[in-house]
Ligand binder design. Structure first.
Ligand SMILES: [Zn+2]
Length: 69
């Protein structure tokens, strides 16, 4: 069990699907624990963040964004 699993997420439902957050599908963002309904949704969020990081750094364009999810 990771340290994240002992935290309560800021959100009660998955931002992708609206389903209830599961304790095994949490991540940390800007100092908050955010939750998802399954690890796949969490990974999708992390890929989206990574894409935005690349956008900000000028390494990609918005046109590439949908394919990266
Ligand atoms: Zn979900």
């Amino acid at each position: 069990m990771s340290a994240l699993e002992s935290h309560v997420s800021k959100n009660a439902s998955c931002p992708w699907s609206g389903n209830p957050v599961r304790a095994d599908s949490l991540t940390r963002y800007r100092g908050h624990v955010v939750g998802f309904c399954n690890p796949g949704c969490r990974d999708k969020f992390e890929r989206a963040l990574a894409c935005f990081d690349r956008l900000i750094d000028g390494e990609t364009t918005m046109a590439e964004y949908p394919e990266s999810l």
